[in-house]
Every structure is written in structure tokens, then in C-alpha cells.
Design a protein around this ligand. Sequence first.
Ligand SMILES: C[S@@+](CC[C@H](N)C(=O)[O-])C[C@H]1O[C@@H](n2cnc3c(N)ncnc32)[C@H](O)[C@@H]1O
Length: 218
Amino acid sequence: MGWESYVVVHNIAKRHNVGTLARSATAFGVSELILVGRRDFNCFGSHGSSSHLRFRHFHSLHDARDFLKDKDCDICGVEITNDALPVNHHPFKKSTAFLLGNEGQGLSPKEIQICDFFVYIPQYGAGTASLNVTVAASIVLHHFAVWAGFEERSRDGSKFVVGERPVKQGRRNYCTEAKDSIIEERKARRESAANGFFDEAESSNSSANLLDTLFVDG
Ligand SMILES: C[S@@+](CC[C@H](N)C(=O)[O-])C[C@H]1O[C@@H](n2cnc3c(N)ncnc32)[C@H](O)[C@@H]1O
């Protein structure tokens, strides 16, 4: 069975973390990066790897959850919760979407609600209460890739072979735009701004420049 992994980006606050997440996602064979809510960030930190990754956008966590459930996917919260299982025990059963918490607050109650189970990364040193969100994502995605038996990419010298860069991607390849979605997005954007998420956004016209900014490589 070909299991797949997904990463759900909901309220990661720092835009460069999204770029780094995209880079790890491509390295560990993630099928899609699912953006929920705001989406006008760039892929600084992705080092070009974002053009090898499929993106999908939803306005609400609920919609993202429905999409993943249609694909018979488990939703795994990556968090240090009481009932979280150690990720090195590989508690996976099937295709899995990983939801990571905000840099400051961790997973929100709403995010926790849509998760089927949780994994945590055991830590061994005394110096920090948690890892950077992109580091945590990398470790978990690597464990999933090992569990799912993803084929290791071939190497050339000291590098892994990078695939042909797909031809320049139109925005429709990644984030399907429904007619009313722009209005909905603007509404979501105002709400997110009120919550302080993605407050590093430079432009107020996110629907117009979504992927122009998304595929700026750092
Ligand atoms: C910097 S941490 C946020 C921690 C938050 N300040 C708290 O105390 O709840 C950001 C995110 O990285 C992930 N994370 C970091 N360290 C982790 C660990 N050891 N196990 C599982 N997830 C971890 C979680 O998704 C977490 O929400």
C-alpha cells in the first residue's frame, strides 16, 4: 500500500518557518502542504524546493479535515500532550496528515479537536522545553517516511539528486480558486489579523499575489 503524508499549516506565525517546512516536506516525500486560512507568505527558506511540492488551500480547518477524511487520512497532532505517543514508536496506521502548533502557543483547542491522535518527540537534554516547529516537523516526517517505507532518493556525491524543476506553475496548479473564495479569504484575513497571525504580511492584496510570493525562493 502506498501511504502518503501531508502537512497542515494553520497558524504558523513566522513566514520563514513555512519555507523551511516546505523544504523538509519535499525532503521527506510529503505529498501536499495544506494551507489553512491565510496564504500570502513566501517560501523564503525553502531553497527552491517549494516548486517540487503541491500546495492546497482551505479557508477553514473544518474544510481541510473533510478533505483529509475523504482521502481516509489520519490527522496527527504533533504536540507534547499527555496522551501523545512517542514518534519513534511509529504509531501510524495509514496515510497521515501532520498538524503542527504555533511557535508561541502550540496547538490550539480547535486544532486539537480535529486530530485523531498525537505524537511527541522525546527530548533528552535539560536546556529547552520544546523544539523549533520546523525541527519538530522534520523529525516526525522522517519517522513517517521510514515507517511508510518511502524509497530513498538516489545520491550524487554528497547530495541527493534533485528532480527536474516542474515547468513554471500557474497558481491554479496549487490552490484552486473558487469564485467566491477571494471574498472569503479577505474575510478570513481580517479575522487572522485580529488574532495576530501572519502579521509579517507585506501586502493587503493577498489573493492577487499569492503564489508570486509563495514561490520566491530564499
Ligand atoms: C516551539 S513549540 C511551541 C511550544 C509552546 N510554547 C508550548 O509550550 O506549548 C512549536 C511547535 O513545535 C512542535 N514541537 C516542538 N517540540 C516538540 C516535541 N518535543 N514533541 C512534539 N512536538 C513538538 C509542536 O507542534 C509545537 O506546538
